[in-house]
Ligand binder design. Structure first.
Ligand code: NAD
Length: 432
């Protein structure tokens, strides 16, 4: 099939590449000319495991191309994906300007029947808006389809190639049939393709992210209570995770959720519920808990040191989660800002996000090329992202490098008892 994907970010680039990998002819379009130039040279604008190799192979085989010009790509395609950003507007709503602008440009370029697929995360009613915009601009026939994306950054290729399910909101059989054909290679192993109306598909994506964010805030509160009553959140997690009604994934407490999706999607759900005079009380609490959780590690440092001014803190991990360079809404940002404004010298290390972090903090933070370099002369270490390489460090080497052996572990990487025996003062989340 011939496909155009508009928006070559985390979602569009991965989706386009995976569609090419399954034999389709794909053009990825982006208005960012520098991004397209670098992709044509085989250089990835983002870090995502496995992506570079897949892009290279499919580009070499001529199935995957990159363009800045949307009309040509649309004319050549049967299916056009919209995968542009839907950032948070000032009032918490999802900003649809990019989605609707692309819908208009697609409509103007149409030369016959097209399936216009919205892959961006958008509020209920967006498919209707897209349909109206397209209808105003063209007399050609078209189907509008809602196909929310559930991939996780850091495991995006695998998630896309082997999805748990594919959700398709389609209002007409022609669009639905083409989507079934397109996704057949990805759902062969038993993953269902779920056909539904557009409103349900649109809401399903928000419901998934809101549920996951709720689990995180819930476990963070359980961890906070563990600290108060002398329980261990790891044991509590083990006990409840084995209950099949609960399940064991997504039960890890930490320093609050971040990333480009959970914070904005939680706000967007609250916003479009409020527009219909419905107050989404649980999500309001989820968000409040998340904000507070992001401040707890610094509060603990203050309690430990008495005052922070003049201290040097090493930071391991800047990305909002491991296996990505993405720092959008990363909890590391407010935490480092709080340390800097308290007069702390911050020495940070991240395996992939340093380039992004340099853009955010500039010379205010010292960036180390290796994890151990960040520890030199540090009064404490804050662990903010659970990269695998932090899980089994050389503790003896760490003791030698640090001025004082204190670890503030926001990701519960180590066993508290072992840390005590190794000579560290060790703080983690919800454990003693
Ligand atoms: P992103 O910011 O990484 O990429 C968006 C791309 O769209 C950018 O490259 C931008 O230049 C391009 N763009 C914007 N307007 C354009 C236009 N008019 N024409 C051409 N290109 C244009 O965003 P992302 O993380 O890939 O997210 C895209 C959407 O998918 C969002 O709605 C997001 O909520 C959703 N989503 C994201 C994830 C994720 O993990 N990142 C997962 C599922 C769903």
């Amino acid at each position: 099939m011939r496909i155009a994907v508009v928006g070559t970010g985390y979602v569009g680039l991965v989706a386009g590449t995976c569609f090419a990998e399954s034999g389709n002819e794909v053009v990825c379009v982006d208005q960012d000319a520098a991004k397209i130039r670098s992709l044509r040279r085989g250089k990835m604008p983002i870090y995502e495991p496995g992506l570079e190799e897949l892009v290279r192979r499919n580009s070499q085989e001529g199935r995957l191309t990159f363009a800045t010009q949307l009309p040509k790509a649309v004319r050549a395609a049967e299916i056009v994906f919209i995968a542009v950003g839907t950032p948070q507007g000032e009032d918490g709503s999802a900003d649809l300007q990019h989605v609707l602008a692309v819908a208009r440009d697609v409509a103007r370029a149409m030369n016959g029947y097209k399936v216009i697929v919205n892959k961006s995360t958008v509020p209920v009613g967006t498919a209707v808006k897209v349909r109206e915009v397209v209808r105003r601009e063209t007399t050609h026939p078209f189907s509008v389809v809602s196909n929310p994306e559930f991939l996780k950054q850091g495991a995006a290729i695998d998630d896309f190639m082997k999805p748990d399910r594919v959700v398709v909101g389609a209002e007409d059989p022609r669009g639905a049939a083409l989507m079934s054909e397109l996704y057949a290679p990805f759902t062969r192993t038993g993953a269902p393709i779920m056909m539904m109306d557009c409103a349900s598909a649109e809401l399903a994506k928000y419901a998934a992210n809101a549920m996951l964010a709720t689990r995180i805030s819930f476990m963070n509160e359980i961890a906070n209570v563990c600290e108060l009553v002398g329980a261990d959140v790891d044991e509590v997690r083990r006990a409840i995770g084995s209950d099949r009604r609960i399940g064991s994934s997504f039960l890890f407490p930490g320093i609050g959720y971040g990333g480009s999706c959970f914070p904005k999607d939680v706000k967007a759900v609250m916003h479009f519920a409020a527009e219909r005079d419905y107050e989404f009380k649980i999500l309001k609490a989820v968000e409040t808990v998340n904000q507070l959780q992001k401040t707890r590690l610094v509060a603990r440092m203050r309690t430990h040191f008495g005052h922070l001014k003049g201290k040097t803190i090493a930071v391991w991990g800047l990305a909002f989660k491991p296996r990505t360079d993405d720092m959008r809404e990363a909890p590391s940002i407010p935490l480092i800002e709080a340390l800097l404004s308290a007069g702390v010298t911050v020495q940070a290390y991240d395996p992939e996000a340093t380039r992004v972090a340099k853009g955010l903090f500039g010379a205010r933070v010292t960036f180390a090329a290796r994890s151990y370099d960040a520890l030199k002369g540090a009064d404490g270490l804050a662990i903010l992202t659970e990269w695998n390489e932090f899980r089994r460090p050389d503790f003896a080497k760490m003791l030698k490098l640090m001025r004082s052996p204190v670890i503030f572990d926001g990701r519960n990487l180590f066993a508290p008892e072992q840390m005590k025996q190794s000579g560290f003062t060790y703080y983690s989340i919800g454990r003693h």
